[in-house]
Design a binder for this molecule. Structure first.
Ligand code: HH2
Length: 343
């Protein structure tokens, strides 16, 4: 692999008052040092100012607003699964009235974005035909166009994304990271909308069976870099791209935890970061909560930790609880705005 010592610079989060502290991704989290990671070698901690100018610029540059939403504080993406079989809320919102009521309730509770999906991508899930996925999602999106909160369409398929954007969605969320549908990169470019591109190893039907990596952290970083480069090559502007490490998608619990431990590395991709941990299985295992609905406290804990590390968007089921946690964290001096004046 690359011998470039600055290829994997993992920022070490610090208090904003630390001498030499720099804003991470131009936001509320700060760092003064980075751990230079490498394949097989020990991390080497150096001052951030030792980094080449281009690497430092990628780590510190403010991220552009997403569909007009300034990324100057952690944003909440509320989940709405219009599916019979999603692992946590499957079947709850199949009736359009129930879906619309839940969407409006999440917006009122503090969601900044609503993520609507018509296909479960839980481990073992089978693919849904395009027509059915469109029938599940487009009418609900069309009925929500009066909401001030932008809607994103959670789909791996270009045709579903196209109809959803025409119906009023503003963002595409592709959990396959352009891998499922060869038309997706061109479609995102042609539609001219932002896209969340997530890392996934394999297909939902089989991804959980035996996921393997040489070095999960650096492999996922390299893969996301490739995915972003493919989108750029198709004509998607950098300020339309958001990256997501894809917790639980072709990853064991050990893989998930290794990625979360060194999450700040992914700011080196130079784009906003989104994280989806909400109610996922490893939270149930570690937190002793068999039912997904009982995994809210662990989900909120991880959302707070990720927000403290500068992650821009948290994809959650429990919007009100996450918004309350953020509000209290900020009120008690947590670094949501990062400067002394707001403390
Ligand atoms: N996780 C799920 C679905 N979409 N999108 C992004 N960007 N990141 C994620 O981590 C992510 C996602 C899976 O969760 P959920 O939607 O609750 O369940 P299901 O796939 O069963 O519908």
């Amino acid at each position: 692999m690359s011998a470039d010592p600055y290829r994997y610079p993992r920022p070490l989060i610090c208090d904003p008052a630390t001498p030499g502290a720099l804003p991470l991704a131009g936001g509320w989290a700060h760092f003064s040092h980075v751990a230079l990671l490498s394949r097989g070698g020990a991390p080497r901690v150096v001052p951030a100012t030792d980094l080449p100018e281009e690497v430092l610029a990628r780590l510190t540059a403010p991220r552009a607003p997403l569909v007009g939403l300034p990324l100057d504080r952690p944003r909440i993406m509320g989940i709405l699964n219009l599916t019979p079989d999603s692992f946590s809320d499957g079947g709850k919102f199949l009736v359009p009235e129930a879906a619309l009521a839940h969407a409006r309730a999440m917006a009122a509770a503090g969601a900044d974005i609503l993520d609507l999906g018509g296909e479960s991508t839980r481990p073992g899930a089978a693919t849904v035909p395009v027509d059915e996925e469109i029938a599940r999602t487009a009418p609900v999106i069309g009925a929500l166009t009066d909401l001030a909160v932008p809607v994103s369409i959670d789909t791996r398929k270009a045709a579903v994304a196209r109809v959803a954007i025409r119906a009023g969605a503003k963002i595409i969320n592709d959990v396959s990271g352009l891998a499922h549908d060869p038309a997706m990169a061109d479609e995102i470019a042609a539609l001219g909308v932002p896209a969340v591109l997530m890392h996934s190893q394999g297909d939902p039907a089989t991804m959980h069976l035996d996921p393997r990596y040489d070095d999960v952290l650096l492999d996922v970083y390299d893969a996301l870099e490739d995915i972003l480069a493919r989108a750029r090559a198709a004509g998607v502007p950098r300020n339309h791209l958001v990256a997501d490490i894809g917790i639980g998608f072709g990853k064991t619990q050990a893989h998930n935890l290794a990625l979360l431990r060194d999450l700040p590395l992914f700011h080196a991709l130079g784009v906003p970061l989104l994280l989806g941990v909400s109610r996922k299985r490893f939270i149930g295992v570690i937190g002793h909560a068999q039912e997904p609905a009982d995994r809210m406290p662990g989900s909120v804990a991880l959302a707070l930790r990720a927000a403290a590390e500068g992650v821009h968007i948290l994809r959650v089921h429990d919007v009100a609880e996450t918004a309350q946690a953020f509000a209290l964290w900020q009120a008690a001096g947590g670094p949501i705005h990062g400067d002394r004046e707001t403390r």
